[in-house]
Ligand binder design. Structure first.
Ligand code: GLC
Ligand code: CA
Length: 501
């Protein structure tokens, strides 16, 4: 549907424990987030996605939910969610929560009271591997049977063939939608239904994406089953019954772009948005990025809209992963994310050019190997961080909101200006994407009739032609306002948005 708010939106991921602490106990919380809504409005954010906020033993930091209908006491209470939704709305910001439907915590009462909600076998039935390593089956000593866990053993997988599981989740979705939550980011949206006969997964082959190949298996039966689409279609109907329709943003972690695009269904009957992980797994290199965007454009069904990210709480921060800490390159990456066709979603700290933090081994809290804690360190608000003894160590506080907010040349100011430009020039949010020929190392594209974006990710100065207009925004702010009449020259690690005349 054209006109849906999220097509024009810039989304922002908040990792609640690390965003802002409202009561000084070192753990970010909902009150802290509410206090920072002013900042998000100033930045121009339209919607926030919060990682899970529910009660959880925190083996996987909220992704092991023990009660889907309330709030983790570290983070606040139900009233705080209501206040957040209300106060965010007053600033034009919508709130998306994280839905974790693939598995619960082993401490969820369902695991003992409704064992039939989970996937069981009398003996290890197949070769399925857990994402966090080791076999995906664990012996439950109480019953003498094995249960499935695609992630940690403390995260038993639900059985999505069960109609009761489906109605429980319908209730969960409605509970939050009724409270004014604008939508859900859906955790492992590609994994819900398991092969009914529990057949083996396949060995990965040369044809698989390098990441899948490195894992050694192609998950065709433990994940990625076609039956999962049916669930997404049911949720779409449920979400569309609300006004405005609630958003389904999927973590469909599929790197084969055409297969990933199938999670949009026909383009309006499954996910509204899905994170584009093929881009995340590319290097910041013109040819690779261009290829992912071209394949995305070619694969999305009519009306479907992608969601661009460069960072999240799993993949690491873009300033480290893509740019090895080079802030000039990080500015190019941010300019790219905010000008491609689709909805960008920034991870808090991206707007500062923040890199991954350092977490000494004795402070690591993550269940996964290698630890994802470096990209989960607290948001630096001031030069001393603005935290008292945070749960994870503070990263580099030379990148902080206070300093960058008052500096017109900062990465934060660039991001804010890019977001404002999207509002001023509808072509930047809506316009069709069309490649512009460039020399090697560079990548340029036209958005609609009126805008050209060009990036030089190579090591040599390049000239792109013909472009006529004015540089509206540049990663090198000295070039803002520069007229372009014909050739556009770009230094290495430079990006520009040109308003064409
Ligand atoms: C998703 C989450 C990740 C979590 C996993 C299991 O990939 O983003 O943080 O560990 O699902 O729930
Ligand atoms: Ca707190």
């Amino acid at each position: 549907m054209t006109g849906s708010w999220w097509r024009e939106a810039v989304l922002y991921q908040v990792y609640p424990r690390s965003f802002a602490d409202g009561n000084g106990d070192g753990i970010g919380d909902l009150r802290g987030l509410i206090d920072r809504l002013e900042y998000l409005e100033w930045l121009g954010i339209d919607g926030i996605w919060l990682n899970p906020i529910h009660p959880s033993p925190d083996v996987d930091w909220g992704y092991d939910v023990s009660d889907y209908l309330s709030v983790h006491p570290d983070l606040g209470a139900l009233e705080d969610v209501d206040r957040l939704v209300h106060e965010a709305a007053e600033r034009g910001i919508r709130v998306l929560l994280d839905l974790v439907p693939n598995h619960t915590s082993i401490r969820h009462p369902w695991f003992r009271e409704h064992p039939e909600y989970y996937v069981w076998a009398d003996r290890v039935p197949n070769n399925w591997r857990a994402v966090f390593g080791g076999p995906a089956w664990e012996l439950d000593s109480a019953s003498g049977r094995y249960y499935l866990h695609n992630f940690a053993p403390e995260q038993p997988d639900l059985d999505w063939w069960s109609p009761e599981v489906r109605s429980e989740f319908d209730r969960i979705l409605r509970f939050w939608f009724d409270r004014g939550v604008a939508g859900f980011r859906i955790d492992v949206a590609h994994a819900l239904v398991k092969d009914r006969e529990l057949r083996d997964d396949l060995p990965a082959t040369e044809e698989d994406h390098p990441h899948t190949r490195a894992e050694g298996i192609r998950r065709v039966n433990s994940m990625n089953r076609p039956e999962t689409h049916e669930i997404l279609r049911e949720w779409r109907v449920l979400a569309d019954a609300y006004a405005p329709p609630r958003v389904l943003l999927g973590e469909a972690y599929v790197l084969d772009v055409p297969a990933w695009a199938r999670y949009y269904g026909t383009g309006s009957d499954e996910l509204d948005l899905a994170f584009n992980f093929a881009l995340v797994h590319s290097q910041l290199e013109a040819e690779q990025l261009r290829a992912v965007v071209a394949e995305t454009e070619a694969s999305l069904p009519e009306g479907a809209w992608t969601c661009w990210i460069g960072s999240n709480h799993d993949a690491g921060r873009l300033a480290t992963r893509w740019c090895a800490g080079d802030e000039t390159l990080a500015r190019c990456a941010l300019l790219m994310l905010l000008t491609l066709r689709g909805t960008p979603c920034l991870y808090h700290g991206d707007e500062l050019g923040l890199t991954d933090g350092e977490v000494p081994p004795e402070r690591v809290l993550d269940v996964a190997e290698p630890s994802r804690d470096p990209c989960r360190t607290p948001m630096p608000w001031t030069r001393d961080g603005g935290w008292t003894e945070p749960w994870l160590p503070l990263a580099d506080t030379t990148h902080n909101v206070e300093d960058q907010r008052s500096d017109g040349d900062s990465t934060l100011s660039l991001v804010r200006d890019l977001i404002a430009a999207r509002r001023r020039l509808p072509d930047l949010s809506h316009g069709a994407y069309e490649e512009v020929p460039t020399p090697p190392g560079a990548w340029a594209w036209r958005r609609g009739g009126g805008v050209v974006v060009a990036l030089n990710l190579g090591e040599r100065r390049v000239e792109i032609e013909p472009v006529i207009g004015t540089i509206m925004l540049s990663t090198d702010r000295n070039r803002d306002g520069e007229p372009v009449a014909g050739r556009l020259s770009l230094d290495p690690a430079q990006g520009v948005v040109v308003e064409c005349s």
